[in-house]
Design a protein around this ligand. Structure first.
Ligand SMILES: Nc1ncnc2c1ncn2[C@@H]1O[C@H](COP(=O)(O)OP(=O)(O)OP(=O)(O)O)[C@@H](O)[C@H]1O
Ligand SMILES: [Mg+2]
Length: 226
């Protein structure tokens, strides 16, 4: 039987102020799937992504990602899991503006303690994949929105994570850059990555083959079809 790369079992998330953002979620995602997570604003997409990425913990239930029961890990092991297994592209990119593209990307590799020349090669490869090599030595605050996004993509894939997660990735992009970004995601998929995208943008359904759409409503999964 095919083994899931992400499993959520009876997962709920209640924030400190009492908001129930996720309500008894059961979900399996398989290796090399492309998942489109849709749902109206406030439905729980970012919260769900945060749990899969190990950025937050569920109030109840089990989250298992890439063979690790992350909902049970001590914080230090959770950080190391995150650095190795998942790459996250945040809506606002989360880059360090005063560092160069190259510095932002290589910073992701520090926890892996790779030899210098191996790290160097990986950064060059990630920049090539994301089509941002020509801006390697530019500071992030000099980049356009699309270039920042490509830098964020390179940073998310430089660790060679099995799972790449994006939250509203095209919210700030024009059509041309959105199409370019989707081409990149399709490239990641063809290399065996599992891709999870939270979005309202119908362009993903139009331009990405073989997706599975999961709709979330009031913290519950409404439907899931491929
Ligand atoms: N840290 C927090 N503390 C309290 N409530 C929160 C917190 N984060 C999110 N929420 C609430 O949880 C619910 C789900 O939020 P979430 O950010 O997951 O929605 P979303 O689907 O990503 O929305 P959007 O499309 O606007 O990004 C919302 O009601 C939100 O107000
Ligand atoms: Mg969100």
């Amino acid at each position: 039987m095919k083994k899931p790369i992400v499993t959520l079992k009876d997962v709920s998330k209640i924030f400190d102020n009492g908001t129930k953002a996720l309500d008894n979620i059961n979900l399996q995602i398989f290796k090399n799937e492309t998942i489109i997570l849709s749902g109206v604003s406030g439905s729980g997409k970012t919260t769900l992504i945060g749990l899969i990425a190990g950025l937050d913990r569920p109030t109840e239930g089990l989250v298992e990602v890439d063979g690790v029961k992350i909902s049970k890990l001590p914080q230090i092991e959770l950080d190391s899991f995150r650095q190795k297994s998942v790459g996250v592209i945040f809506q606002d990119f989360g880059l360090i503006e005063y560092l160069t593209v190259y510095e932002n990307i290589i910073a992701s590799l520090i926890p892996l303690r790779l030899e210098r020349d191996i790290a160097e090669r990986r950064v060059q490869e990630a920049m090539r994949e994301a089509n941002i090599s020509h801006k390697a030595n530019s500071r992030v605050y000099h980049l356009s929105g699309g270039e920042k996004q490509r830098c964020a993509i390179a940073r998310a894939v430089v660790n060679r994570p099995n799972i790449v997660i994006c939250d509203e990735p095209t919210a700030n992009l024009d059509l041309e850059n959105s199409k370019q970004f989707i081409k990149l995601l399709n490239g990641l998929k063809s290399k065996g990555h599992t891709v999870i995208i939270a979005t309202h943008d119908p362009i993903f359904e139009r331009l990405m083959p073989n997706i599975r759409k999961i709709t979330i409503s009031n913290g519950k999964i409404e439907n899931s079809y491929g």
